[in-house]
Write a protein of this length. Structure first.
Length: 263
């Protein structure tokens, strides 16, 4: 208080909402009788604070001879000085900055993690799409195979498989016995000719195929199949051709028979 009383400077006590600049301008214009434009120039050269607390003393001194103006703030009746307020604000700004940086770094880490997860999921998606395409191809191949096997099975179940040969050749191969012309061994025989009984029930035999001028007789072996009941044999004197007609297709489906052709 002694120091304040010894100073030539004047002061005002800051109230809530007061600004250092406004108080100094008021002093220069109204008390020091300085032109407002000049007062503005003087304020531009003086340090001012915006951290005023109600009760702070704001000091002014103007020397018209030297054309020098000074202003400063002391604690006065307030609990804090402007310096303490400024430091608190700086600490708050620094804290908010550090918090913002932490949040930014966390967001960046989350974004990087999300991008990595997206990239991983995209790879998984691409792998799954490749697997799906492969499965679809396999499915189509399996369906085709099933259809083919089903067709083959249906064909085998509904077809008569036979081997037609000259009686003489069958004897020489040991398929028929020499005397009674009975079946002796069918191992040399391949029943590789098929008649789909769903589409046709007649087997046509050409004499030239068997080294004959004409076919006079055809035996269907094994003899469990009866001529006239299960099948019918027709020969032609004119063409020499023989026809074996299946009369009971259900009986012959999936069976193997030997056609012994004689002249």
């Amino acid at each position: 208080m002694h120091l304040e009383q010894s100073l030539p400077d004047k002061f005002v006590v800051a109230k809530k909402g007061d600004r250092h600049h406004d108080l100094a301008m008021n002093y220069l214009v109204n008390e020091a009788q300085v032109d407002p434009a000049k007062a503005k120039g003087l304020l531009d050269q003086a340090d001012q604070t915006d951290e005023l607390v109600p009760g702070n003393k704001v000091w002014f001194a103007y020397d018209p001879k030297q054309d020098v103006f000074r202003t400063y703030v002391t604690r006065g009746e307030a609990n804090q000085t402007p310096l303490a307020v400024r430091r608190a604000i700086q600490r708050k700004i620094i804290s908010e900055r550090d918090e913002a940086r932490t949040e930014r770094d966390a967001a960046q880490a989350e974004r990087d993690t999300a991008r990595a997860e997206i990239s991983r999921l995209q790879q998984v998606k691409a792998g799954l799409e490749s697997d799906i395409a492969s499965l679809q191809r396999n499915k189509a191949a399996l369906e085709s195979s099933v259809a083919r096997l089903s067709g083959d099975l249906s064909f085998r179940q509904n077809s008569l498989f036979y081997h037609a040969a000259n009686v003489r050749d069958l004897k020489e191969q040991g398929v028929l016995t020499p005397v009674l012309k009975r079946v002796q061994d069918v191992k040399p025989v391949n029943f590789d000719t098929a008649l789909d009984l769903r589409e046709n029930t007649t087997i046509t035999l050409e004499p030239g195929t068997f080294g004959l001028e004409r076919i006079g007789r055809v035996r269907v072996l094994p003899p469990i199949f009866q001529e006239g009941r299960d099948f019918r044999v027709e020969t032609s004197e004119e063409t020499g051709i023989a026809r074996v007609t299946i009369l009971d297709p259900e009986l012959f489906k999936g069976k193997e028979v030997l056609l012994a052709v004689g002249g």
